[in-house]
Structure formats: C-alpha cells, structure tokens
Design a binder for this molecule. Structure first.
Ligand SMILES: [Zn+2]
Length: 263
C-alpha cells in the first residue's frame, strides 16, 4: 500500500503547489461534516492537502471556526498516518525574527470553546487520557531538522507554541505572560490539530513560520504585527516539505501510536 501523508496548509501556504497541477479534489464525509481535500502524489507517496482556512481567499474560515474534528477525522479515514501542519506564528523570541522557520516541540493550550477532543461521549465508547508528553512526532521533527541541514535552510527546533483562541491577536500583557510561562511562539491552530491527531494515533509535526514579532515585544507600539510576506519563503518551504516527505521512513519508528492508546 502506498504511504499516505497529509499536509495542512493555512496562512502562508495557500495552494497545492507542492503536489502539482494534476491534484484531484476529494470530498470526505465524516460524522463531523464533510471535508474537501486535494489528492496528489510526490516521490511515490500519496499526498492529501487540506487548507484549514478554505480554498478561496485567505481566511475564509477563521482559526476558531475551523472544523478541526472533521479535518483530522477525514485524514484518518483516508488512511493517512502522518500529517505535516504549517503554522503561521507570532514570535516572542528575538532570535526567531519574521521570516524564520522552525519546528514545534511543545504547546501550551489556551484555547476555549472549541472541540479539542473526539471523546465527547457520542462516537467512541469511552474517553481516553492520551499521552501528550511529546505532542509533536519526534521522528518527524528529526526528519525536518535533517532536511533543513541537507538543504541549508536554518530551522529552529523544539519551539514552544502557545495556542490562543483567536481570531483576535494577543494583548501585550498576554504575550508577556506567555513568555514567562516558557512560550516561544504564538498561534491559533496547531495545538488543537496535534491533540486530535494524537487521539487517532496519527503522527503530527508542525512547521512554524514566523510572521511577525508578538505584541509588545519590539517596543514599537502600533508598528507591530506587520506580517511578513510568506510568498518570499514559498520556494524554501516547498523544498523543505518535499525533502521531508522523501526522507520519512516507510514504517513509523516513533511512539505516537502507542501514546494514543492512553489509559
Ligand atoms: Zn510519530
């Protein structure tokens, strides 16, 4: 069976450049709603691409309105075992300036009011307390760092992602607090996807793209939160994702599936 890999694009990765022009649309009906993906192939692997914000104009579906359950369930029902999410982030770190790339190692979840679990008592017989000690797949993260080295694309590893509800940006006081708590970057989507992937035993890694310095970190007041033009990085990002897809082992060596068994 062909290896199946999912890509979740969002802000910064708006299209399916990665999987070529003959990508086909696929609609998957799930108990949570239907999901539209694009199916293509890359290096003999089957690739399913989803834009979490929709396919028309940017941000047709805002981060707090994304149907995360349907999205991740759709990948699972297609037999996808690994998902790479892209995450546009605000940076709390002076050494992770706009335009920098990295991989997430941990998250701190400040979302509220969204469904961050499949265990709602309706579809699965019982809930599980899944192991989230390492929320992002260690094997995929290693693969990213290796691919970055091969291609000469600097990647910051093990970033701590603070996930907020959105869609508003954060206050300066919130960012200051997140920094004290150990956060490196802030965004609105990755933690929810990581949790749902873990519950279904899917490996998940997140490529963080620094869009701007977070509120209150530069002392420039109203000039802050000027978004970096991700189109400038598109070529690099595509090269990186292609290399990672090529390098991923055929059989998973990580503990993600076991961690998803919970207790
Ligand atoms: Zn894994």
């Amino acid at each position: 069976m062909k290896e199946k890999i999912g890509i979740i694009g969002g802000t910064g990765i708006q299209n399916s450049l990665l999987i070529g022009e003959d990508a086909q649309g696929v609609t998957v009906n799930t108990p949570y709603g239907s999901v539209h993906l694009l199916k293509g192939a890359l290096k003999k692997k089957e690739i399913y691409f989803l834009n979490r914000h929709g396919y028309d104009n940017a941000h047709t579906i805002l981060p707090h309105c994304v149907n995360y359950q349907a999205n991740i369930y759709a990948f699972s029902s297609l037999g996808v075992e690994r998902i790479i999410g892209t995450a546009a982030v605000g940076s709390l770190r002076a050494d992770f300036q706009p335009g920098s790339l990295g991989v997430l190692g941990q998250f701190i979840d400040f979302t509220k009011g969204r469904k961050s679990s499949f265990y709602q008592g309706a579809l699965l017989e019982q809930g599980k307390f899944v192991n989230m000690t390492y929320p992002y797949c260690p094997e995929m993260n290693q693969c990213f760092l290796g691919a970055g080295k091969k291609l000469g694309i600097p990647l910051v590893g093990d970033l701590v992602y603070v996930c907020t509800e959105g869609p508003r940006f954060e206050t300066a006081a919130e960012i200051k607090a997140f920094g004290i708590l150990g956060g490196d970057v802030v965004g609105m989507t990755s933690a929810t996807e990581a949790i749902l992937c873990r519950e279904l035993g899917i490996c998940y890694a997140s490529l963080a793209m620094s869009m701007n310095m977070a509120a209150g970190t530069t002392g420039e007041g109203e000039k802050e939160i000027v978004c970096f033009d991700m189109a400038r990085l598109e070529e690099k990002i595509i090269a990186l994702l292609t290399q990672v897809i090529m390098d991923l082992s055929a059989v998973r060596q990580c503990g993600c599936r076991q961690w998803s068994q919970g207790v």
